[in-house]
Ligand binder design. Sequence first.
Ligand code: MG
Length: 276
Amino acid sequence: MNERFLKRGLRLVIGMAPAIGIFSTAFIYSATCAAAADKAASDAKKEPWQLAQETEVWEPVPPVISSPANGIPSDAIALFDGKNLNQWQAVEGGGAAEWKVADGAFTVVPKKGDIRTKESFCDVQLHIEWKTPTDFIGEDGKPTESQGRSNSGVFFQERYEIQVLDNYNNKTYPNGQVASVYKQTIPLVNASRAPGEWQTYDIIFTAPKFDSAQKLTTPGYVTVLHNGVVAQNHVEIQGATEWIGKPVYKAHGCAPLRLQDHGNLVSFRNIWIRKL
Ligand code: MG
């Protein structure tokens, strides 16, 4: 008897389900319409400035920094003060960086090898100035060409190279030219200045992210301004820079900034970095 009663009850509830659903939807719709009507009525009584205030966001307040003309932002780390390479080390062996410091700049000393910062970085904004030599005559007495003319590079996290090259009247493969993500992304423009003139890179680098299983979860991205002009606009980095073969990601953490000794007398100065 009880079982029959329960089954009837169950059938009744199941039979009513569509009606309950329709009723609930109608009720929610009606309540939403009523709330919208109330808001419209309330807004109609407000002054425009009161309505404008409703979309103002006051928190969080960005930190105040100073960014003086011809100076560096107060929250930046100066990676070269014009006097010494104390914040750098040789990649090979980890000893002192032995590039030549003179006149507020430093210059690659061929065969001394790449140098890197002692500190590691993740997401950063970098400012770096560089100059290529006016004398680019090779050992054979002819002007060096293509990748052989005043080549260096800025490597983020020791892996991802933004090419440094004298590309002023010097043709090379575009995905390896100045301001390229080397062998990955051709720059939007060639904003090169003549050899002997200082040039600037302002670079925003977003580091790739990896999960606990060492799998890539988000690729790296980079934006490059060469002499103040956008050359790379938030482009995806495809993996570690390779001279031969395709780029591949291998998991890593924060890592140093590295400068390349490609055997050419490229100079650098006024280097600062901000952690983002
Ligand atoms: Mg290079």
